[in-house]
Write a protein that binds this ligand. Structure first.
Ligand code: GAR
Length: 193
């Protein structure tokens, strides 16, 4: 595995709210020579987010932003993005909806990963809904973020079969494993690599 120093790479911020397994996979990807990104900043709305530990492990700056007042929170985040010269934002299990104004400030430079085959199952409880509807498969999607929830242009998707024995938990686990591969692939595609 070839490691690169990160010089001249696209300065990237990853936004998380929880476990941060996609954050971890993006950080690992960022260290490969073929990766165009360097993860410079982790933003969370949740001071208890387990994924914050990757900031310590990989020595990446972390910022906890409380979302009691969304307008103030977003101003603080935009300020952090500017200070750190961030060029790309990757939402990875970030459970807050960003405002139109925020998105406008970072137009075309915010990506999100969602645990369904969009446009199916926008929002929450995607796995429960796919199983309830007796779908034969579900999957994950990486897309550009626009002002409408889970509706921006799709970059890449990966299908995952739903077996009769699958529960929302087992399906989430299978899809998450695919998410970890899909997000890096989608980034390579965005930058024509
Ligand atoms: C992932 O499955 C991601 O797709 C989902 O939250 C999980 C976060 O896992 N995101 C959403 O539901 C956003 N609407 P992680 O913290 O281990 O990366």
């Amino acid at each position: 595995m070839v490691l690169s120093t990160g010089i001249n790479k696209i300065k990237t911020a990853v936004f998380i709210s929880g476990t941060g397994s996609n954050l971890k996979s993006l950080i690992k990807f960022s260290k490969l020579n073929k990766s165009p990104i360097s993860v410079k900043l982790i933003i969370t709305n949740n001071k208890l987010a387990k994924g914050l530990k990757y900031g310590d492990i990989f020595k990446i700056k972390k910022k906890i932003i409380h979302f009691k007042n969304k307008e103030i929170a977003e101003k603080k985040i935009l300020n952090e993005l500017a200070i750190n010269k961030i060029e790309l934002v990757c939402l990875a299990g970030f459970m807050k909806i960003l405002s139109k104004n925020f998105i406008k400030n970072f137009k075309g430079k915010i990506l999100n990963i969602h645990p369904s085959l969009l446009p199916k199952y926008k929002g929450l409880n995607t796995h429960e809904r796919a199983i309830e509807n007796k779908d034969k498969y579900s999957g994950c999607t990486v897309h550009f973020v626009n002002a409408k929830l889970d509706s921006g242009k799709i970059i890449l998707q990966k299908k995952v079969n739903i077996l009769k024995k699958d529960s929302p938990v087992s399906l989430a686990k299978k899809i998450l494993a695919q998410e970890h591969k899909l997000y890096p692939k989608a980034i390579l595609k965005v930058f024509n690599l």
